[in-house]
Design a protein around this ligand. Structure first.
Ligand SMILES: NC(=O)C1=CN([C@@H]2O[C@H](COP(=O)(O)OP(=O)(O)OC[C@H]3O[C@@H](n4cnc5c(N)ncnc54)[C@H](OP(=O)(O)O)[C@@H]3O)[C@@H](O)[C@H]2O)C=CC1
Ligand SMILES: Cc1cn([C@H]2C[C@H](O)[C@@H](COP(=O)(O)OP(=O)(O)O[C@H]3O[C@@H](C)C(=O)[C@@H](O)[C@H]3O)O2)c(=O)[nH]c1=O
Length: 284
């Protein structure tokens, strides 16, 4: 099977290039060959490659910046995936679309189920939800994998930001009133491959039985502040971590207070590590 992977230079895409190898031939055009802002080019590349599976790991992930350029964020996060899904339908191909805890408003008391109503509170979340809806409406075999607070040793992410700040500053002031599960990009990539293998093992009925939305994040929960303390401890940094509120931090985009995703549906198929276990492995 030919797999068209977008976002291969991102933190998740980098891991997927390795994790997807066993499932088929991975073709991963970069932005220069397939710019998601250019919808005609997106169509043309898919028609030329003729994949059996499209894995869309490209996205506009600058959450604060999206507030001031919603049209760009919508083009990349929602319109381009809609075009990919449309082309996948014409080819009889399947699609994997990544999504986020930020599709929820964070007002629920417990962890969010796949069936809970989404109600994003920022532009990034709105555009990611629009992508979910477009992929689901296309009537193609698909997986929508919602993950949260993703980090890794490559690309721009919270772990790397805190390692950098921790070397420069005596005190790290970090939000303590938002809770979620930090998730290693390698966990997301390896679990994607495992889930795809599980779907394919089901034969022609596999997509009907196992397709749809899954929550894919680490076990356990933390605030951003607790996540930072764990990073500082593992890295052996000297700096102090001070809890602050989201209001004190004053980011341009609102973020959900509760980002916890219930992973029971996926947990019945494979093991998801605790966030502390995965963080320690990633940082070794
Ligand atoms: N990061 C996180 O905490 C979370 C991410 N997600 C989702 O996971 C997926 C992967 O995210 P992540 O790996 O962190 O993203 P990154 O920001 O690390 O990488 C984004 C990727 O998208 C590519 N891209 C962006 N704009 C375009 C464009 N116009 N044309 C072509 N390619 C483009 C980038 O290419 P280039 O190198 O050229 O910029 C890069 O390869 C996304 O769907 C994201 O919404 C979900 C939950 C949490
Ligand atoms: C850098 C920094 C952030 N913060 C706060 C701001 C915010 O509430 C929280 C996270 O900040 P960041 O801007 O790094 O992370 P953010 O961009 O909100 O991360 C999100 O990215 C998108 C792509 C997702 O899909 C989400 O799952 C989530 O991972 O930490 C501090 O308190 N102190 C700091 O020094």
């Amino acid at each position: 099977m030919k797999i068209l992977l977008t976002g291969g230079s991102g933190q998740l895409g980098y891991e997927l290039q390795r994790s997807l190898q066993g499932l088929g031939e991975v073709v991963a055009p970069g932005r220069a060959q397939m710019d998601l802002a250019d919808l005609a080019q997106v169509r043309a590349v898919i028609r030329a490659v003729r994949p059996g599976l499209v894995v869309n790991a490209a996205a506009y992930t600058a959450v604060d910046q999206a507030e001031t350029e919603p049209a760009v964020a919508r083009r990349i996060n929602a319109e381009a995936p809609a075009v990919m899904a449309d082309e996948a339908r014409k080819l009889g191909a399947a699609m994997v679309q990544y999504s986020t805890d930020y599709v929820f408003d964070g007002n629920k008391q417990g962890a969010y189920l796949e069936s809970d109503v989404a109600n994003p509170v920022n532009v990034y979340g709105v555009t990611k939800l629009e992508a979910e809806q477009a992929v689901a409406a296309a009537g193609i075999p698909h997986l929508i994998l919602r993950t949260s607070w993703m980090y890794g040793m490559r690309g721009k992410n919270f772990l790397r930001t805190m390692l950098e700040f921790g070397q420069e500053r005596d005190v790290l002031r970090v939000v303590c009133d938002q809770h979620g599960a930090p998730t290693w990009s390698r966990t997301v990539a390896d679990t994607t491959a495992l889930l795809l293998a599980h779907v394919h093992a089901g034969g022609s009925a596999g997509w009907d039985a196992h397709g749809g939305i899954y929550h894919l994040s680490s076990q356990g929960e933390a605030s951003w502040c607790e996540f930072t303390q764990a990073i500082v401890d593992i890295a052996g940094l000297e700096c102090r971590v001070t809890p602050i509120t989201a209001a004190e931090y004053g980011a341009p985009a609102r973020r959900p207070r509760n980002s916890r995703l219930d992973t029971g549906k996926l947990g019945a198929i494979c093991r998801l590590p605790h966030w502390r276990e995965a963080l320690a492995l990633c940082m070794t």
